[in-house]
Design a protein around this ligand. Structure first.
Ligand SMILES: [Zn+2]
Length: 389
């Protein structure tokens, strides 16, 4: 006998609205409703927690991965390695294994990567995603999975470190057995591909054709085992093709301020975030950044509107956002310009996210963290969110 109902939430990383418009074959004939959604300024480290909690980064307090906090930095002992030559730490393999090693040593269960953060400055920063947001939860607030766990509602969520194919196979297996009421499947290959080649071209369409096939198969599997199948295919952000690069670090270093004494900075791929520690830095940095031709300082008011304002300036006293499509190179996330990146202003066409479904989408759905309300709507047995703080 068939089970009554299942809801499938399928997340395709970087499947932005513009990417969907160029590939309208995708799930053609099955989509009943689709919408363009505003993303959240930042990266997956901000977007994923927002989608699974319904909260904005200013509420759940997870925005970028790294924030200035030398007193709580778990891997402060790295400063004892500063005598080792920079050339040793700049090797990709060394950084990969160091990330794995630190993660294991400190029992981090979340996604942890030191990217290209210079070794000498790592001890200034704590890391926001030390725990698995999927299995454990957020810094603040409750995730949908916390609520499902509490009520013992059976669900599928992808396991970290597994391939898209393995994830589809595991989900289909659960569906075949009628073992779950809800699924959240996250797919990462499209994001990785578009970082390498940009946001359009035959390989992008080919990958989407593959996802199209896999999703159709998965829906057929679900329909064989359940009376009612609701599905949503969605994402957290789009993808820009880069048109240029700019070395902001060089400009900041020309100011003659001392890193660690006057200021501390973290350079994401599209943002520079600065903590000012002396009056000298409080004067010099805004002077440089407020009139900089390659980007702009975001006002508190704008940060508030975007849901990423923090009273305690957790993620920086000054937030500088690069002009669209210009990548900060080098940055602490990488030393080379990439054909595709995301993390520019949410109101750029290429920043917008998308959602497609076989159910009508409410008019009130505007930003990606509101996908949470759809997940609640699909789980009628879920208790009221009393524990949401
Ligand atoms: Zn990405």
């Amino acid at each position: 006998m068939k089970k009554p109902r299942v809801a499938l939430f399928i997340f395709i990383d970087a499947f932005g609205w513009e990417v969907y418009q160029r590939n309208r074959f995708f799930l053609d004939g099955l989509v009943q409703d689709s919408k363009r959604l505003e993303t959240i300024l930042g990266y997956s480290s901000a977007c994923d927690p927002s989608i699974i909690s319904g909260l904005l980064p200013s509420e759940h307090r997870m925005w970028s991965s790294f924030y200035y906090s030398p007193s709580t930095c778990p891997y402060r002992w790295l400063r004892h390695l500063r005598w080792l030559p920079d050339s040793f730490f700049s090797r990709g393999r060394v950084r990969y294994w160091m990330s794995k090693w630190i993660k294991k040593l400190h029992g981090f269960t979340g996604y942890f990567m030191i990217y290209s953060v210079p070794f000498k400055v790592l001890p200034y920063f704590d890391y926001s995603e030390k725990r698995s947001i999927w299995r454990e939860g957020l810094v603040r607030g409750t995730t949908l999975f916390n609520r499902l766990d509490r009520q013992g509602i059976p669900y599928y969520v992808h396991a970290s470190g597994t391939s898209d194919e393995a994830r589809f196979a595991a989900l289909r297996d659960d569906l075949r057995r009628g073992a779950i009421d809800f699924a959240y499947l996250s797919l990462g290959r499209l994001d990785a591909l578009m970082h390498k080649i940009g946001n359009s071209g035959p390989p992008v369409s080919e990958l989407l054709r593959d996802y199209d096939r896999q999703i159709r198969d998965t829906l057929a599997t679900a329909e064989a085992a359940y009376e009612q199948v609701s599905w949503y295919v969605f994402t957290d952000h789009g993808m820009h093709n880069t048109t240029g690069r700019y070395d902001l670090i060089a400009d900041v270093e020309k100011l003659g301020l001392v890193y660690g004494t006057d200021y501390v900075a973290f350079y994401d791929a599209t943002m520079g975030r600065f903590w000012t520690l002396t009056d000298k830095a409080r004067a010099a940095l805004p002077r440089l950044l407020a009139s900089h031709p390659q980007g702009r300082l975001l006002s508190d008011e704008e940060l508030r509107e975007l849901g990423v304002f923090f009273d305690d300036r957790l993620y920086g006293d000054l937030i500088f956002l690069m002009n669209s499509a210009v990548q900060l190179v080098p940055s602490y996330m990488g030393s080379a310009q990439m054909p595709g990146i995301h993390g520019f202003h949410p109101h750029d066409p290429d920043s917008y996210a998308s959602i497609l479904s076989n159910r009508p989408l409410p008019d009130s759905l505007k930003r990606i963290h509101e996908i949470y309300g759809l997940m609640e709507r699909e789980l009628p047995g879920l208790d009221s969110p009393a524990a949401r703080t």
